[in-house]
Design a protein around this ligand. Structure first.
Ligand code: GLN
Ligand code: ZN
Length: 784
């Protein structure tokens, strides 16, 4: 509704003094869908299990949407996002919107319902799911659209319009959010049977008519703003790709009359060329920028900003859990106000709040000091509004002073700063931290001690986690069973796993990780500087959520973390027992990290803590130590120009952990992926003695990497079977796979192991699979 005429008169403002009557607008890019207590997860899983009806699920979803809209409206947010709810994934929702259902799901037109939608997401009895991949550099995974020259787009899901109407019926006027057409195409892959080189952008002309239909319908329903998310604009784009944005929005321009369009970018700064393209797009009224990760964008905006356009300034971090430094944000916003003008500046989040936890109000276990430093999605909404009010001269003094007190307490808290750790980490920067001898010499020395057969067999670490085991850990945590009872139970489990491996005749054993709930949490709980939430869940994919630890302070290791269990395990067998650690880069990448120091500093601190653990394990007589770096690759920055810096400190951190051990101590590392081609030199530079990797699904791609590996000389254990599937591979099949590897690799460096840990599998699958694996290794030893 238009403001009363009198408020529009500038004379009134002048005479009424400094207090302006209009409040600066506020905007939220997107909001988590799972609910504060993962309500959607449980509703989805119950529906998938056939325990509840589609109506039940829809009801939970509608209640969640309403509570989110209400919450934002009550907080005073002007531009409230719509259509950011999803039953599975917003990219899949877009695939449904444009009717790009791959033919194998048997869709025959009409509105896409749960059947087809969830088949694409999760597969069904006869067809597997569509591929899933990481959403930019977040831990969220989207369903990759499959497109080819024959795709027939049609307007097949009216979800965006339905949700707009739904909110409106509740009195909330939302800004429907759509994934922009160019980002959608660029996030797709060529469909099965279509050439890899198929130019996805050639489908632009075909897909735009659907977007026109959607926009037309949204306008008819009353939408006054529509948000187009075009996060691809922050990537390294060539001129052809940039041209696609220009073309797309020129084509849509006529449809945009009568509605304002926001093009939203996030996750990094927009490069100068992309910025030029963005601000010249036709028919667009506003631009959204991530000013938390996109620090260079600020300079671009200051350099040039088109007059009369809205500037959505993403100053509140959507990727982390820290309370905003409100005073600092006010300074940024004031500067931008001078550029876009008070009426056209909108306070916003850096990206969708999907990537942060939901509501701090549900954290019962965090102490009040740490809590005062944090803001989850619900609190960030309040921050955005408080900033908008402050910029309008209606500063909530109480809120601001509490915020600055919290900022100050975080800066000065002795729980955050540990001088000794700071000093130790600062001293690392220009060092190399390399082991004294080269890898071939080390392997020789280790072999003398270990005396392993050729093609040594091992596993990646975890063994199946049974219900009883989880119960023991849970009860121990809840103080329901004593230390002694707990130790006894875990010892028994380790003994079982050790005996099983001996029976199977595996060469290098593991203790099975029965004491660990999660490979990061287990270490975080024992390191200082970490805090844990009870409900700080973040959606990873579909109904799956993760609960990252919060690293709030300098990291140190008060006492050994794994030595007790590893020593017990080693005492149970004459065979070598691998010590099992999570590496610093993985701990860093799977946590919410500090924003008050560079990531690499935090990583170095974790590395120093793990280094102590490595050296204590060695002292306790553990001769093989595996340091998992499952998440090293996923931390790679979005921009190529930033890769080398990241890889340098990440690899350095790994070397810090183990540069101090004797040459006879064998260092293994494990990675859960096999796309190494672009980072192979960094992997080599980690200088591990043995590296085990995922491989069972991508033999050919790895060949080139292996050739490099031959030159390198370290041991390599490409997974010989897929642990993600319950299928039991036969001896022949595994032998065949090993033969293929032997065709490229020297016999003396090849290890035989599964793809990853066995934690999610069951014993009836694991036993025969490992039996066949060992049999295959033995068979090939005979043939050599
Ligand atoms: N050692 C871990 C395990 O076996 C490794 C897990 C992983 O790579 N994600 O469970
Ligand atoms: Zn793995």
């Amino acid at each position: 509704p238009a403001p009363p005429a009198c408020l529009d008169q500038s004379s009134l403002r002048v005479t009424s003094g400094s207090i302006s009557t209009s409040i600066m607008a506020s905007h939220i890019v997107g909001y988590p869908r799972m609910g504060p207590k993962r309500e959607l997860k449980f509703a989805l899983e119950s529906f998938w299990d056939g325990k509840s009806s589609a109506e039940d699920l829809k009801k939970v979803a509608a209640d969640l949407r309403l509570s989110i809209w209400k919450q934002m409206a009550d907080a005073g947010i002007k531009y409230i996002p719509g259509n950011t709810f999803s039953y599975y994934d917003q990219v899949l929702d877009t695939t449904a919107m444009v009717g790009a259902v791959p033919p194998r799901y048997g869709w025959n037109g009409g509105e896409i319902g749960f059947d087809v939608y969830f088949s694409m997401a999760r597969g069904n009895a006869s067809v597997p799911a569509m591929e899933m991949t990481k959403w930019f550099d977040t831990n969220y995974h989207y369903i990759v659209p499959e497109l080819g020259p024959d795709v027939k787009f049609s307007y097949a899901s009216h979800k965006a319009v339905e949700e707009y109407k739904e909110a409106k019926a509740h009195g909330v006027d939302t800004v429907p959010v759509l994934i922009g057409p160019v980002s959608y195409l660029l996030l797709s892959k060529p469909a099965k049977g279509v050439e890899k080189s198929f130019p996805l952008l050639s489908l632009l002309g075909k897909i735009l008519p659907i977007y026109k239909e959607v926009v037309t319908e949204l306008k008819a329903a009353g939408a006054s703003w529509i948000q187009f998310d075009e996060p691809m604009l922050v990537m390294d784009l060539d001129s052809h790709q940039l041209q696609a944005f220009t073309e797309a929005y020129s084509t849509l321009e006529s449809t945009f009359s009568g509605v304002k369009v926001l093009v939203e970018t996030y996750f990094a700064d927009v490069l100068p060329e992309a910025y030029k393209t963005l601000i010249s797009l036709k028919g667009v009224s506003g631009y959204g920028f991530d000013l938390v990760r996109g620090t260079k964008t600020l300079d671009l905006v200051k350099g040039e900003f088109p007059s009369g356009k809205y500037l959505f300034a993403g100053v509140v971090d959507g990727r982390n859990i820290w309370a905003n430094d409100l005073a600092a944000s006010v300074t940024i916003l004031k500067a931008l106000e001078g550029i876009a003008g008070k009426e056209k500046l909108v306070v916003s989040t850096s990206c969708s709040l999907l990537h942060t936890a939901v509501d701090l109000a549900n954290e019962t276990k965090l102490d009040s000091e740490i809590k005062s430093w944090l803001a989850f999605a619900a609190q960030k909404v309040v921050e955005v509004n408080a900033l908008a009010e402050a910029l309008s001269g209606q500063k909530d003094e109480g809120f601001f002073s509490a915020n600055s007190a919290a900022q100050a307490s975080r800066k000065s808290s002795t729980r955050v700063t540990n001088e000794a750790v700071q000093k130790a980490a600062a001293g690392l920067k220009d060092s190399e931290h390399r082991r004294a001898t080269n890898v071939s010499a080390r392997l020789d020395a280790q072999q003398k001690k270990l005396n392993l057969p050729v093609l040594p067999t091992t596993t990646i670490g975890s063994f199946p986690q049974t219900i009883e085991l989880r119960k023991v850990r849970r009860e121990y945590k809840a103080n329901k069973i004593s230390d002694d009872e707990y130790v006894k139970a875990i010892k028994q489990e380790i003994n079982k796993v050790v005996k099983l491996q001996e029976d199977l005749d595996i060469d290098v054993l593991v203790h099975g990780e029965p004491e660990r709930n999660d490979m990061v949490e287990y270490f975080g709980e024992q390191l200082s500087g970490f805090a844990f939430t009870v409900n700080g869940w973040v959606q990873s994919y579909g109904s799956r959520c993760v609960k990252p630890p919060i690293i709030y302070g300098d990291v140190s290791r008060p006492k050994p973390m794994t030595v007790f269990w590893s020593s017990i395990a080693q005492s149970m067998t004459a065979r070598p027992m691998k010590g099992m650690l999570t590496g610093p880069v993985t701990i860093l990448n799977w946590s919410f990290v500090r924003n008050d120091q560079p990531r690499y500093v935090t990583c170095y601190q974790i590395a120093l803590a793990i280094k102590k653990e490595v050296e204590d394990l060695e002292k306790a007589g553990i001769n093989i130590i595996q340091i998992d770096e499952a998440a090293l690759r996923e931390g790679l920055p979005l921009r190529k120009s930033e890769h080398s810096f990241y890889l340098k400190w990440a690899v350095h951190s790994f070397r810090i952990t183990n540069c101090g051990v004797q040459e006879t101590t064998q260092i293994h590392t494990h990675m859960c992926y096999s796309h190494f081609n672009d980072i192979i030199h960094s992997i080599i530079d980690m200088d591990a003695d043995v590296i085990t990797i995922e491989n069972s699904r991508s033999d050919e791609k790895l060949l080139s990497v292996f050739r490099e590996g031959v030159k390198y000389g370290a041991g390599i254990g490409p997974g010989v079977y897929d642990i993600h599937s319950p299928r039991i591979p036969s001896t022949e099949e595994i032998a065949d796979r090993i033969k293929k590897m032997l065709a490229v690799l020297e016999t003396n460096i090849l290890w035989v192991n599964p793809d990853c840990g066995l934690k999610t599998r069951k014993y009836p699958e694991v036993k025969p699979a490992l039996k066949n694996m060992v049999a295959a290794a033995k068979q090939l030893r005979q043939e050599l």
